[in-house]
Ligand binder design. Sequence first.
Ligand code: 5GP
Length: 200
Amino acid sequence: MKKKGKLVVISGPSGAGKSTVVFKALGERDDVCFSISATTRKPRPNEVDGREYFFVDLERFQEMIDNNELLEHAEYVANRYGTPRAYVEQKIAEGMNVILDIEVQGARQVYEKMPEAIMIFVVPPSIDELRNRLEKRGTDTPRAIEARLIRARQEYAEATFYDYIIVNDDADTAADELSAIITAEHCVAADRMEYLKDTD
Ligand code: 5GP
């Protein structure tokens, strides 16, 4: 029987380098894929519909909720985000490990509905380093940076239900850790009990 894939939920503050880590791991493994979320946020200049997100209006987003098309959804700085259920279910059934890059409230919904999901929180080495990275990135005003740091502290306080914490000091090492976690999760004894059965 084909093994089912795992659902891998990744959260962490903006500036932790989550997407770099995720895309490195995706480039290195062919058993991992990424779930593209739906959002009501407007696309940024370099973003393409169907690549970073499915960009939808509020009405369509509400319709997705009403039709139970979303596995989870949450509001984050006045925009709505949600994970389309069908893609996740199909890929897991095909044996693919599906990565969700979602914030903490949505992650908690997944954790409650699917306790078998692998919950990973990605952090920078320190809050000071987070501040440095946000300043270097140069896309936020000093006020917006302070708001992101406050939000990061809130997320840390809420992040009590994750199974793993990856400290993203070096992106290659962090991507290796992500890959190692997925590999190890496929070796858990509970998933391999059939090998202990005497089938002669
Ligand atoms: P951004 O607007 O910067 O792309 O994303 C803002 C936040 O929304 C990030 O923390 C990201 O992880 C989160 N996010 C993206 N897609 C989803 C989703 O489908 N569900 C939830 N709950 N959060 C999401």
